[in-house]
Design a protein around this ligand. Structure first.
Ligand SMILES: Cc1ncc(COP(=O)(O)O)c(C=O)c1O
Length: 431
């Protein structure tokens, strides 16, 4: 059986950095990434046969745990009928109907294959609808790696401390205004200075790619009001929060009660149940500007893929109220265990959460935006991370990422985590 080291050496010879997505390479924490061999429920097994309790869940999609039998059966049925048609098909129709029935502001859904593609499409649609070029995004929010959204991005860009990416043209960068998160006054100022040029404000529903940041009260609603005043579109990116923080995502858990709706929502991760699937969604008038109903072009060979749609639909159907209560309860338990262990070891930390979504910052100060998130002790996180991994707990290899709970986490898994945490906390303390 090859070791993880041997596999990583092989991978580096044929893939840049040995991976298909940067954070997986363990750059921020050092050491060798574990090659995943299989996963079931809350457990993931690496290429050396070691088992870990998984708190990454493929970065969000595996809300039911890995390889849920009914999701796997739905995928098998779809694949038996053919992995791809390149034609309209029943699974995509059923998934679109399901989303429309669940999220009131959504009347139309366009399927894409990655979160990046979904947000990129939403931006194009907003530009096409308004005839304007500029967009506003917030520092530390991550909306995928399309050119116009890479500026001051969170996730891997934050993890690796990268400047804005080479390869993005000056013209594209100039059309993206980056503001600190949570400052409605600065959004007002930007619109006052050039509101007739701004097509859209793009925001994560709850920022979770610089660690989890709790939106200040009224922030998202305030964005809605400003966009309305200036005729700009509001794009709320729910690639990460959608169908995770509740059955109707962030919008259903907060926006509905506050009486506002975005123009466009973007979904990914859970919506494909672990297969490549994402979506742009919104009201009919705006969405019908997309080709072929309207002039804004967007397309995809594998868009609406039947196996991905079947996996997404099965996942959404299985994600009952009980599942969400369990996710919330497990998140509370985990946060309690983490803070107890870190406090006992004297490690300054903050845990931010929005519903079951949370992250741990290694700093004693409040974390409210990208600047404060960057002040944490990432070296302490690295020691914490590696000790947990050695003890059989699989975390995202970056303190700028959220922790993802799944319905498969139960008492046995929490015991493993509880046993590992004190050792990890003491490792974090040894600076
Ligand atoms: C909020 C948000 N938007 C967009 C994306 C990009 O999605 P993908 O990695 O599928 O391109 C991510 C990925 O983590 C995300 O968290």
């Amino acid at each position: 059986m090859p070791t993880n080291e041997e596999l990583f050496a092989r991978a580096r010879r044929v893939m840049p950095g040995g991976v298909s997505s940067p954070v997986r390479a363990f750059g921020a924490v050092g050491g060798t990434p574990r090659f995943a061999a299989k996963a079931k429920g809350a457990w993931i097994t690496d290429a050396e046969g070691r088992e870990y309790v998984d708190l990454v869940g493929s970065w969000g999609p595996m809300i039911l745990g890995h390889a849920h039998p009914e999701v796997v059966a739905a995928i098998h049925r779809a694949v038996d009928a053919s992995p791809s048609f390149g034609a309209p098909c029943l699974p995509e129709l059923a998934l679109a109907e399901k989303i429309v029935s669940m999220v009131e502001p959504v009347e139309r859904v366009r399927f894409t294959s990655s979160g990046t593609e979904a947000v990129m499409t939403a931006v194009r649609l907003a530009r096409g609808a308004t005839g304007r070029d500029k967009i506003i995004k917030f520092a530390g929010c991550y909306h995928g790696h399309s050119d116009s959204l890479l500026a001051a991005a969170g996730s891997g860009v934050a993890t690796l401390g990268l400047p804005d990416s080479p390869g993005v043209t000056g013209g594209t960068a100039a059309d993206t205004l980056v503001l600190p998160y949570g400052r409605l006054d600065l959004v007002e100022e930007a619109f006052a200075a050039g509101g007739d040029l701004i097509a859209a404000v793009v925001t994560e529903a709850v920022p979770a790619n610089m660690g989890v940041i709790v939106p200040p009260a009224g922030f998202n609603k305030g964005l809605r009001e400003i966009c309305d005043r200036y005729g700009a579109k509001l794009i709320v990116d729910e690639v990460l929060t959608g169908f995770r923080v509740g059955p109707t995502g962030y919008w259903g858990a907060a926006g509905r009660d506050e009486g506002w709706a975005p123009d466009l929502l973007t979904y990914g991760k859970i919506v494909g149940g672990g297969l490549p699937m994402s979506a742009v969604a919104g009201g009919a008038a705006l969405m019908d500007l997309l080709a072929p109903a309207g002039p804004v072009y967007q397309a995809g060979t594998l868009s609406g893929n039947p196996a991905a749609a079947a996996a997404g639909l099965a996942t959404l159907e299985l994600a009952s109220a009980d599942v969400y209560s369990h996710l919330d309860a497990v998140s509370v338990q985990l946060r309690g265990l983490i803070t107890d262990a870190l406090s006992e070891a004297g490690v300054p930390h903050r845990i931010n959460n929005w519903g079951n979504l949370f992250s741990v910052f290694f700093t004693g100060d409040q974390v409210t935006d990208y600047e404060s998130a960057k002040k944490q002790d990432t070296a302490a996180f690295g020691r914490f991370f590696h000790t947990l991994l050695d003890e059989g707990v699989w975390l995202a290899p970056s303190s700028f990422e959220a922790w993802f709970v799944s319905d498969a986490l139960g008492d046995r898994e929490l015991e493993v985590i509880a046993a590992a945490l004190p050792k990890a906390a003491h490792a974090a303390a040894r600076g």
